[in-house]
Design a protein around this ligand. Sequence first.
Ligand code: UGA
Length: 471
Amino acid sequence: MSKPIPIAVVGSGYVGLVAAVCFAEMGHPVICVDNDERKVSALQGGDTLIHEHYLPELLGKYRNSRVRFTTDLAEATRESDAIFIAVGTPQSENGDADLSYVEAVACEIARSLTSYKVIVEKSTVPVYTNEWISRAFERNGVERHLFDVVSNPEFLREGTAVADFLHPDRIVVGADSERAGAILRDIYAPLTGGKYYEREDGIPGPCTVSEPPPLLMTSTKSAEIIKHASNAFLALKISFINAVSNLCEATNANVEQVARGMGLDTRIGPKFLRPGIGYGGSCFPKDVAAFRSVAEQLGIDFSLLSEVEKINIQQKKRFVGKVRSALWNLRGKRLGVLGLAFKGDTDDIRESPAIEIVKMLLNEGCIIAAFDPAAIERTRQVLPESKELRYASNAYDAVADADALLILTDWPEFAELDLKRLNKALRYPIVIDGRNLYDPSVMTEHGFTYLSVGRPAAYPVRDLAAASSRG
Ligand code: UGA
């Protein structure tokens, strides 16, 4: 039987909030700390702050009981055995991760430390951060035997964060001390021992009692590198397939077939080979830049990562080029846009390729009506409504009388549009799909000109018939 370990989680963003409720779900008492009083009182009052499956249920179950929210880091430090740092590590101007929040939190914890604690880096941080945290503790007068710093990177994805946390592919713990490693093992025992998966009310996912997730023990530095290297590798996979999709477009091949053919090789695997308009979000762009910058500082040539970034930037420009190729002139063209979030199932718009494309098209003089199931309110704050930009109330409202429809985010509901209704609503039946949500032959049967990514352009059946009779 695993024992509950008192935990503090500092930061109530995606990683912090999800970790806090999931640790509670695993049976641990949790104090979640944030210095933003408004956020803390919203969480105390039942607001979930982010759009994430299972979060409302878990917060409803544990809020103000097994998970408490507070601004008082000193008190949380005193009452916990393990303190997870999950504050933001934004990108600074030169690409480095800005670690000032991590440092501020470390110093504050250090000042209220009176007994042994394990400090856990959960935020994505560059290698050597654990040494800097240790140094900050020592500079604040904390004796070395009173703390250990370990790295426990998080691999959850937005949209499926809770299920990813409770059903991880792996749990990585980078610990240079036995004592700290043992505490982390105890914290994750409900998952690694399989007990959690016996529960009937548990969150469903791929792990089971007989196949619980593995826990990999490494050095702290290895764990820090594992996180950056994993994200950079996934971004590389996406840029690779995007470059291949451009090759397919140039040769009239089909990237979906190519990706399937590649992905069946178990050494390559089918995941993260979906071509599109480039990766976005709060992690990949920032982490590729930070990893590149770490390599640079260590004198290591890792220019492969610059290529990954370059392809990602080009992919958005190529999409705008595709819109131009379908519509001739862009100035004054009315476009219906579906999708603003950086991917489906989230309201997050950070580094969203959809928003960058909308901005580029507005700069070209297009008039846009955009719809997203969850991200409109956030987008409004960076792109207010104007004569050229309107936020629509649904997908059909967005395309009303438009010269073309652009699909920019892979929301499941965008793959299930009523094609007859869509065709009627559009001024011209042209769909330019940056996420390959439709089968080209279905689109042409419904009378659409359909341009997607890495697949041959498809034209309505009647146009083809006319073209062949002319030929
Ligand atoms: C990513 C990683 O997948 C997580 O493992 C990691 O924990 C997280 O970053 C993080 O470091 O916090 P996330 O940013 O939530 O998760 O989103 P992903 O599902 O990885 O998608 C990232 C971007 O890549 C999106 O814009 C998505 O549309 C794009 N993508 C993804 C593709 O264009 N093609 C694909 O095949 C997969």
